[in-house]
Ligand binder design. Structure first.
Ligand SMILES: NC(=O)c1ccc[n+]([C@@H]2O[C@H](COP(=O)([O-])OP(=O)(O)OC[C@H]3O[C@@H](n4cnc5c(N)ncnc54)[C@H](OP(=O)(O)O)[C@@H]3O)[C@@H](O)[C@H]2O)c1
Length: 331
């Protein structure tokens, strides 16, 4: 089978021929119809991810059809259309992942391939209204956004919510999820085009984080936010602290722009502000997220589609900025 692997060559991602894996006991072999890229795959390509093992098939997002199962698995799964939960060994505690937790695509083989083997308990039925491309776009970004929005962010009807850097692969889901529950959703983006698209989709306001005064406009327009969802981090965290309502929560699941040089702890404690980290989500949240998406008929935004063989172009696309997910399809 064809697979996109990470190598020690000058161009680290390479198309490789690998044997089709065999499912053991409680595992299933999935013929992947589509897979999707995440920022994580690009971090791995750049050598900026812990524990990189050369030869691993990349990719955390995928959807396909069960082709075979191991001896102890339910044979009735064969032929089912499924999405793959990218969590590996979340563990017993719903609050936090176990010490041997990892995500599909490093160090175990991932979804940028024609086939993958996973435990059957990582399979969730694909909602029938989603295309293969849309289903493949959902898992990692959808799960991360779901936990950030609802477990930590407590986003509900009528709350003021800011989704920062809405063009991000996770942020687009946070935006759609917050809209679905009837929150007053505002966004920031460095792209006028993305701000305009979000206003058309139902955002109440859209601000340019590159402007020095965006937060003043935001505060004037909203009276402050109950929840901010962010992955950029950096000094902007202090800006968020200024525009929170008392007892508001800033949830961050990334720190693309690094750690803030200072933290306005005085304003934080006086206003009872929470700064809350979040990573992925547990296996129950994965199932809840897929049901939530199904219930609200949410369609992931697909920026562009590539053939698996055109992985370099697809990776370059996420490097250069997208609106929605970059998806790879298998013929
Ligand atoms: N902890 C986890 O479980 C988890 C899961 C997924 C991702 N992550 C991390 O979260 C980060 C984003 O991941 P992603 O997959 O969503 O990446 P992505 O699709 O590459 O998102 C990048 C986005 O960041 C936004 N951005 C850039 N500078 C910004 C700023 N100063 N303020 C606000 N937004 C800014 C841009 O939004 P605009 O285009 O709108 O300007 C850009 O589109 C990465 O660091 C990733 O490693 C963590």
């Amino acid at each position: 089978m064809l697979a996109i692997t990470i190598t020690d060559q000058s161009e680290p991602i390479q198309l490789a021929e690998k044997p089709i894996p065999t499912p053991n006991k409680d595992q299933a072999l999935i013929k992947l119809k589509a897979s999707a890229l995440n920022r994580r795959d690009q971090w791995i390509r750049q050598g900026m991810y812990p524990g990189i093992q050369f030869g691993t098939t990349l990719g955390s997002d995928g959807a396909g059809i069960v082709e075979a199962v191991g001896d102890d698995a339910n044979k009735g799964l064969i032929g089912k259309e499924v999405m793959i939960n990218p969590n590996m060994n979340w563990g017993e505690d719903p609050a936090v992942q176990s010490s041997d937790y990892h995500i599909a695509g490093m160090p175990t083989d991932g979804t940028l391939a024609e086939y993958i083997v996973v435990d059957v308990n990582q399979l969730v039925a694909k909602p029938s209204y989603l295309s293969w491309e849309e289903a493949a776009a959902l898992p990692l970004g959808g799960l991360t956004a779901y936990r950030a929005c609802f477990h930590h962010g407590q986003i509900k009807f009528g709350k003021n919510v800011l989704i920062s850097g809405v063009g991000g692969g996770v942020a687009q889901f946070a935006f759609q999820f917050a809209l679905a529950v009837g929150a007053n959703v505002y966004v920031t983006s460095g792209s006028e085009d993305k701000r305009e698209k979000c206003l058309q989709m139902g955002a109440k306001g859209a601000f340019d984080y590159k402007s020095e005064t965006w937060f003043k406009e935001a505060l004037k327009e909203t009276g402050g936010f109950d929840t901010v969802i962010d992955s950029a981090g950096g000094d902007q965290v202090n800006t968020f602290i200024k525009i929170m309502k008392p007892a508001g929560t800033i949830v961050f699941y990334g720190a693309t722009n690094g750690t803030p040089k200072n933290l306005d702890m005085f304003r934080m404690f006086w206003n009872q502000i929470t700064l809350q980290g979040s990573t992925m989500g547990n296996d129950i949240e994965f199932c809840e997220m897929v049901s939530f998406v199904d219930q609200h008929q949410i369609k992931p935004i697909v920026d562009s589609l590539f053939d698996l063989k055109d992985a370099h172009e697809a990776f370059d696309k996420i490097k250069n900025g997208v609106f929605g997910k970059v998806v790879m399809k298998n013929s």
